[in-house]
Design a protein around this ligand. Sequence first.
Ligand code: KIV
Ligand code: ZN
Length: 531
Amino acid sequence: MTVSPADQATANDSTRKDSDRVIVFDTTMRDGEQSPGASMSLDEKLELAKILEEMRVDVIEAGFPIASNGDFEAVLKISEIVTESTVCGLARAGVADIERCAEAIRPAKRGRIHTFISTSPVHMKWKLQMEPEAVLDAVSRSVTHARNLCDDIEWSAEDATRTERDFLRRCVEAAIKAGATTINIPDTVGYTYPSEYAEIFRDLIENVPGADKVIFSTHCHNDLGLAVANSLSGVQGGARQVEVAVNGIGERAGNAALEEVVMALKVRGDRLPYFTGVDPQHITRASRYVSAITGFPVQFNKAIVGKNAFAHEAGIHQDGMLKNAETYEIMKPEDVGQGGSNLVMGKHSGRHAFREKLKALGYELGQNALNEAFQRFKDLADKKKHVFDDDLVALVDDALASGADRIQVKHLRVIAGTEGPQQAELTVAVDGVEKSGSATGDGPVDAVFNAIHEAVPHTAILRLFQVHAVTEGTDAQAQVSVRLEEDGHIATGQAADTDTLTASAKAYVNALNNLFARKEKSAPDAIASGF
Ligand code: KIV
Ligand code: ZN
């Protein structure tokens, strides 16, 4: 029997040294949420935190507590429910930021304050309008203040890779002296390249007093497509924490992708003798969930989690695969939680088999949610001959996304076709009270959205409408994402159904629910007081 490289890496577990363990710090909910349009609701963040914890991510950066009441509440609630991972909040180098952050992480079993300030000449001059000596002073004061409130302090030198080296060493030294336990060296603008980044870590670790007492961290942006390569190189240079985001989401071109860094370390354990505590079996589920809640599709050829990442099209490749999967696969789809046999169940499958299948896909539902999902599965199996894993994932995510919605779609009828105008009649229940709308539109989707507008008057603007087929064939479920914006608040909704127009109506209504919930909770941004 042959052993895949991933298995080989696991087999070498006994030879691992603690000093080679790489801490995985997930910033999907903080830096990831900073991607334009990628905002997540509180419930979505709580669900994502559970997935990340199950995946055994070491640190979850849950938000930027002073940025808004919504961010504060997300960090607070995640601190209340997460018990295994460390929960981290971000704070600028100001008293108000740090205290708000400390308050948000207070319930956490393990909490971390992550405070940062820019250190590069261009940032200090134009963004902060501060002299270097004042920045250095702010580093000492902010870390000292944070350390008085929490034992686990991460300090970041924003734009570190464009910072003068001597000044960077002085700032790192000041942060360590003031009590920082993790030192992050962000490549904020995605400017560095692998050998340079490794050299920065080697230099700091060798030359800064106290460097041996702290963990150094990578934080790489993908502006030149080098975020994952730079992160791995940083580890080779001595970093033992990687800051990553699921699907690589984040500011501009994004952050280093969690799934790529984790699997590169696992598959290439021969060359990169480091390891993480992450269980990669949860990767696919996390990727799908992040894609669904943000409305950001995963590109087909995306490493590890793309639809085609394990697909073999060319006849010569398929022939090799049939003889031995190792001919064209360096890891197994099952390693990252992609089901081996994909055809699952039909209308005769029972509740027990359904629950076991969901478990295998990474879902443990409570009794009510399970009953509701099972009913939806039966309805789907009546309409669709083959129910695949992807159908079940879409169905359960849909049930979880819309279960507690105040507005629910009850009835929809659409007249479409070449002879216009297209027309839609719709009934929704708003807190149990039925309301109806009827409208025409420029196409059936437009008519549906106009009918919703009639039934539930609002001023939200449609920012994204996206449809993709969950599986193949004309009976495939359509998964629809809708993003709405009203008064500066953005919310995304999604739904899946074999009827694209029903999925569109449900996704729009789900987005409206999320938008209204967000508006109820939010308050204006707070402004930090600087040191
Ligand atoms: O990219 C960056 O510099 C950041 C810091 C706040 C860590 O996200
Ligand atoms: Zn960043």
